[in-house]
Design a protein around this ligand. Structure first.
Ligand code: FRU
Length: 557
């Protein structure tokens, strides 16, 4: 693996021919006249490291938000089976397995539905309300504050004694925190990570979700035989740790460069970028990105105060807002949660599926930077479609559904295709949807649009979990055909609508959308405006153009 990356050479002819054509279609940006193209040899154009330790630590620390999400959602189905939890919060009802025998503690569908489902309602609200706070107080302090909200929800649950609705309220509050973090974490990562590793860093969020789910299943497996309150209070209490690490740890990290820049702190933005990229103060890559941010901010300031409806009326915003919402819906409509939620809960099955999910997310971190978002998502969708077609056909036509032991080969084939599906989801749609929705929008609307797209993920997560039992009882494994169709539609949507953001700054991605670059030509697209922008920030000397040396002491150093 290459440890150092070469900066792209300063060239005013860097635009591809495809780009030139698009530009003539877009007509919004014109190239600078030749006399404005000085030599930029005074910019440091040296190679930069693949990733500095600061970037790696930032990626891991902020991804703890994924651990909170995965751990919390992974543990609840196990709790519902634990004896002490059942006795405290369930109801004494006639035993369906032993009619006429003594009553047993159980959860009615309504009660278990509320305990499981209220988290989703909380996450949805949390995702929707997080944006204004993130814009007003910054991404960093918002992350810390929502960790506190999550912790309050955990305290309410741990303190619950016998009142089931205390668990429900606690899960709702914890859900607010999880939902808010589900926009803030990818937002922080996409706004901070250097361009060439941005995809992989945001994918770490999903990696940590999968680790959280697996860890919750393992902890539950370890404590489910304990007959006391420790069986569920210990696993629940562990959830605190992740919130503590993230909530406190993030305070030692800087605010994102994009947010700082928008808040009139270009020096701090520059300092953070220099540290995360691991380059000198006058590195060309930093200067260029700052110049892009400056230009974007100037255009934005000219537009006045942002209004919420601009997420639909802003430049190419309806297209992007809808695309983000649709892609997040597809992430759930792939049917990824079908395998873990269908059938009786079994710790060992969940641990096996969870392990495949974690292990296969690692290749996703590589694919996203090696092959790009578009091709990975298109092929991933096609592969998942194929897996569901086989799974559904075998399940419906070959499996003896009343006595599966009679058709062992069909059972084995279904397990194999379930694992192949999860491998594809984990290495493409699972992580990369978080990446692409973090890159789709300009700074002015990024938080609001990510809130909407993330809310779509939570809504579909809830709807699928809620309706799956009814649908499977009506159409059995043919339900898989619905997911297969959605996977196919997801690939087609990416092909026709998503632009390739790999290796591009967020400002370049914005430029591509506003210039209406054709999605299938977007991979090779490069901006023609680098030199003109560099000229607008002049040389690398401190204090020039408000982009001089930083004095920010906020950064881990
Ligand atoms: O991205 C989040 C989604 O990914 C999963 O964790 C599967 O790996 C789902 O349970 C969740 O809905």
């Amino acid at each position: 693996m290459k440890l150092f990356r070469k900066s792209s050479p300063p060239s005013s002819t860097s635009a591809s021919s495809g780009d030139a054509k698009e530009r003539s279609e877009g007509q919004t940006i014109t190239s600078a006249p030749d006399h404005r193209k000085p030599s930029y040899s005074h910019f440091d154009n040296s190679p930069y490291p693949l990733a500095t330790w600061r970037t790696v630590v930032m990626g891991i620390l902020v991804s703890m938000g994924g651990l909170i999400f995965g751990y919390d959602t992974g543990q609840i189905s196990g709790f519902l089976e634990m004896q002490d939890f059942l006795q405290r919060f369930g109801e004494l009802l006639p035993d369906p397995k032993n009619p006429g025998g003594p009553p047993t503690y159980q959860f009615t569908n309504t009660r278990s539905g509320l305990i499981v489902g209220l988290l989703s309602i909380g996450t949805l609200i949390g995702a929707l309300i997080a944006a204004p706070f993130a814009n007003a107080f910054g991404r960093k302090y918002s992350i810390s504050a929502w960790c506190i909200v999550f912790s309050v929800g955990v305290i309410v649950q741990i303190a619950a004694d016998t009142k089931w609705y205390e668990i429900v309220v606690g899960r709702w509050v914890a859900g607010l925190g999880i939902g808010a973090l589900s926009i803030l974490v990818p937002l922080y990562q996409s706004e901070s990570a250097p361009t060439h590793v941005r995809g992989a860093i945001v994918c770490c969020y999903q990696l940590f979700i999968t680790v959280g789910i697996l860890f919750a299943n393992i902890v539950n497996y370890g404590t489910e035989r304990i007959q006391t309150t420790a069986s569920w209070r210990i696993p629940m209490g562990i959830g605190f740790l992740w919130a503590l690490v993230l909530g406190v740890g993030i305070l030692f990290f800087p605010e994102t460069p994009k947010h700082n820049f928008r808040k009139g702190k270009p020096d701090q933005a520059k300092h953070t970028m220099v540290k995360l990229l691991g380059v000198s103060d006058n590195h060309r890559k930093v200067a260029l990105e700052l110049a892009e941010m400056k230009e974007a901010l100037e255009a934005e300031t000219a537009g006045g105060k942002p209004h919420w409806w601009e997420v639909f009326t802003g430049p190419r915003m309806a297209y992007r807002t809808i695309l983000g919402v649709v892609l997040q819906a597809f992430q759930q409509l792939t049917g990824a949660n079908f395998f873990s939620t269908t059938g009786p809960p079994s710790s060992s099955r969940l641990i096996i599926l969870g392990t495949v999910n974690v292990v296969c997310t690692f290749p996703g971190l590589y694919f996203v930077e090696r092959f790009g978002r578009r091709i990975s998502l298109i092929l991933g969708g096609a592969w998942m479609c194929m897996c569901f077609l086989v799974f559904a056909s075998v399940g419906h036509f070959a499996l003896d559904q009343t006595t599966p032991q009679n058709t062992p080969q069909a059972g084995t084939a279904m397990i194999v295709f379930a694992c192949l599906f999860i491998a594809a989801f984990a290495s493409t749609w699972g992580p990369m949807v978080w990446t692409v929705t973090g890159e789709l929008y300009p700074s002015r609307y990024r938080a609001q649009c990510m809130a909407l797209s993330t809310a779509s993920n939570w809504i579909w997560n809830f709807l699928i979990a809620f309706f799956t039992p009814f649908i499977t009882s009506a159409i059995d494994f043919r339900y898989g055909y619905v997911f297969a169709a959605c996977c196919g539609a997801a690939s087609v949507t990416v092909y026709f609508f998503l632009l390739e953001a790999q290796g591009k700054t967020l400002e370049e991605v914005d430029e591509m959308y506003t210039l209406r670059v054709k999605p299938w030509k977007s991979k090779g697209w490069t901006t023609a405006d680098s030199e003109r922008r560099l000229s607008s920030v002049g040389g690398p000397r401190a204090g020039q153009n408000g982009l001089g040396h930083a004095e920010d002491k906020d950064v881990v150093s």
